[in-house]
Design a protein around this ligand. Sequence first.
Ligand SMILES: [Zn+2]
Length: 249
Amino acid sequence: MNLFIFILGTVIGSFINVCIYRIPRGESIAYPYSRCPQCGYKIAARDLIPILSFLYLRGKCRRCNAKISMRYPLVEFLTGAMFFLAFIKLGFSLDFLSAVTLISSLIVSAFTDLEYQIIPDKVVLTTAVIGLLLNILIHGKDVLYYLMGSVLGGGTIFLIAAFSQGGMGGGDIKLFAAVGLFLGMRLTLLSLLLSFILGATAGIILIVLKLKGIKDAIPFGPFIALGSIASLFAGDKIISWYFLKYAHI
Ligand SMILES: [Zn+2]
């Protein structure tokens, strides 16, 4: 069963790749054929097997030999691995459905932000709607706690964006508001902290290595994704570790 969930994840990952490529271009994600962006070759079903196709084609288009981005197998593997971990932690449940929904949209957002500096409204809005519905189903009356998580996540980034002028944008605000619906107040607060710590650390490393200047904007989406996924999987452990170590409760 675990293997099946991993494979299911890589198939979803393959669809996530389609989303990452097409949504920022305004193309339909439902239109059936994938084509090589170089030569227009209609990619056959046998070349669309997640991860494996990339390996046996050695990362090149079957017809024109154009290089296929490493992003494709990477996203497929990442999605498979996350689905697998979520299944181990949650089993078949609405919580599992909620977790993989959040994970999938965070992966789309992280990569569209990295490649195009865009977190598409379509993705965030769909995520928020599903998040709200699932949380009403799972938590019933306690849904308020998750709505407050949404206000906390979106509101904090909104304030930072308003006062820092640049750096963070509308996409980041909306994405964190959507994350809040899935994680609730406590874990959203942790996600905010983790995202800032990870983003700042990466920023300092990039500047020290002279890969970026002090004034360059670094997309924040990938750090929202990292911080939120860490909170989703290990949030409670991280919080109790922190309090054991530093607060002596
Ligand atoms: Zn080609």
